[in-house]
Write a protein that binds this ligand. Sequence first.
Ligand code: NAI
Length: 475
Amino acid sequence: MENQFDVVIIGSGPGGYVCAIRCAQNGLKTAIIEKEPTLGGTCLNIGCIPSKALLDSTEKFYQINHSFKEHGIYCKDIELDLHQMIKRKEKVVKELTDGVRYLMNKNKIKVFNGIGSFFSYKDEIITIQVQNQNETIFLNTKHCVIATGSTVVTPQDVGLDVTIDGDKVLISDHVLSLTKVPKSMLVIGGGVIGLELGSVWSRLGSQITIVEVMPDILLNLDSQIRQIAKRSFEKQGLNFLVDHKVVSIEIQGDSVISKIQNSKNEVITLQTEKVFFAVGRKPYTEGLKLEKVGVKLNQRKRIQVNPKTLETDVKNIYAIGDVIEGPMLAHKAEEEGIMVANKIARKYGHVNYDLCPYVIYTWPEIAWVGKNEDQLKQLGVEYNVGTFLFRANGRAKGMNETEGMVKIIADKKTDKILGASIVGPFASELLGECVIAMEFGGSSEDLGRSFHSHPNLIEVVKEAALDVLGEAIHK
Ligand code: NAI
């Protein structure tokens, strides 16, 4: 009886642990399996949380060196204690991963440490094996949720013959814990991780070059917003080589020599102290033994699910988060976890994928939801656009954070908001009200006529909303 459950969740990232909590809240006897010693998955241990901790620390370092003077503050003998910066990051991670363990205990969720794999499925009972160094345990369950997340795309996956050695050739795990600021670093991939972690080390003095194979960075972003962001990154000292691809990497003594080719087959050679691979993540299904129960992968090696229920091809086995289709985002996994937990408990569950927000935590931050102008043009939808610049906002001026813009797009006939994109200070926080407005089917007029406290950055959103119908006050 001891190891009989209503639900067993494999993987304790934001998808898995949130799903477990909601299952327990729904009165289901729940267990969670995690192969790593700490809970929280990539996001808490080696992803979102540690990167944001370092982004915050390095933002402060950058400000003290670059913008304090403007405020009349002169600082002498500024020193970087990288050891302390990394220690603080680790403390933040520990507090949060301990917090997840506390929540598991509070909700009476049984935690098993080890690799979970499917063993058998008979008479509507799924048997899962948990293997760790000391023992093999078998769990019987009526339902299972696969929440095993993703892992990094390797050099071999992109046709490069070089080993990730954690010294010269790095992935994000290493870049989050460097003990010395590298003089120079080549970042391969101008996506979210490349930009965020490239920014961290650039602010600490590293010469960063970002190589992106596509014609520009962040091609899924509104092009006007992208241009503002890229200009700002370049001003901060990030170098971009877009439409370029690394074709070989060789370690020579203390340096790494990379050959980089553009689409016209011209090759340049770059010598850096480190090379950092940030070319994407891939679903992680290793060790699950999916074949034992008949769970299938799709062509992109993601677990195949019914998009409405997130049930796999096998009854009562679900999959959520990075391991299935869709953006690899913690909040997407969380929403899916809640939906599945509710469905298992025979309650209502739904994820509104159209309103999944995206954020890049650079400075300025970039955040967006819904459709952008380029996408609406392609779809042939008629729309009105409203924009407003942070430099016309009192609070932004007071903070000396005037870079950026809010752009809101609404349907030409109905005025229903179709999308919002922001580049600017705290864009990630400002986007929240746009998501809510859109979730309620709101119009630009709804947003523009709602009270917004003054003086606040959020007034930039209000003004952009008013601007959709040509009624901005301060423009
Ligand atoms: P990504 O997919 O965002 O970016 C990878 C970039 O590398 C792409 O722009 C791609 O065109 C480029 N690329 C691929 N192969 C290349 C090559 N051989 N040479 C040069 N460029 C190449 O992946 P990233 O940044 O590694 O992030 C992985 C996942 O983690 C993403 O799905 C992202 O959404 C998620 N994530 C989200 C964060 C957030 O929400 N703020 C933070 C960090 C990661």
